[in-house]
Design a protein around this ligand. Sequence first.
Ligand code: GDP
Ligand code: CA
Length: 323
Amino acid sequence: MHLVVLAGGVGGARFLRGVRAHARDVRARVTAVVNTSDDISLHGLRVCPDLDSVMYGLGGAADPERGWGRADETWTVKEELRAYGAQPDWFGLGDRDLATHLVRTTMLTAGYPLSAVTEALCHRWQPGVRLLPATDDRLETHVVVSSDDPQADGGARSEAIHFQEWWIRHRAKLPADRFVFVGAESAKPAPGVTEAIANADAVLLAPSNPVVSIAPILAVSGIRDALRTAGGPVVGVSPIIGGAPVRGMADACLAVVGTECSAAGVAGLYGARAEDGLLDTWLVDATEDADTRVDGVEVRAVPLWMSDDDATAAIVAAALAPT
Ligand code: GDP
Ligand code: CA
């Protein structure tokens, strides 16, 4: 059996730990297709937050409290950069984490594609699943924000900033008009991505942020089509429980795209495969209204709290249960 999972960072990593546990029981192979549109260059280094969250999370090296970055981290370089007044100062890179970005940047500069670099980094972490970046090509989420500018027409100026600046620096509080996935039309899926989706026994959409973790993967030309024509079922897991994200600020992202922050709202965003969308099955939390209806989609209600790997593996088992 071969399972494919589309995933963002922290939520994706937790989900994948459960997928891996379930896969061990049923002897399945797992391929994770991970968002790369949060990637950013900082201080000359290429940083891939979602790939690293998944790699560290599955490699047993993630900081359990923060959810991102390395356990037992120290921050000497960050303090030294601050002493220089180096910008940007709003994105924290820990000392241990920096080694990953140094190795990655050296390999990228030498001409290796991100997929090969990721495979090389995973030799150390042995995540137990195959990690593929959604694309080797440039793909960057930008956020179009407006700010007051008395000089400009209508008194407001519109500009696009990198997703991380909006998310980390402004804590998703800066009013945003829309997200743009720069490079999505020309970006090609990384080697192996569309083949894995086409041949998977099932494709799972992790309960990752639908707007800025899953949507940019789907925006890579060819990936959405691969899902639409996949041989196995496509099953999504809601990141929203009781009308709120379990963690993080997905509500702010859903507001930008005009989608209600609810399990049904997110399902509507993905759409039914029967009707030009993606989903065959949608998992909502057991506490959600038992009659959450999504046209053309089979809805299953099960506990969706990923409190530990066993609880998450139970979610995965429910996602894969035959109809
Ligand atoms: P990021 O890229 O690091 O922001 O992480 P992801 O996009 O992969 O995941 C973030 C999403 O995970 C958030 O919208 C959360 O609501 C969701 N999430 C986190 N923990 C849980 C959980 O225990 N259960 C469910 N259903 N969703 C969760
Ligand atoms: Ca992310």
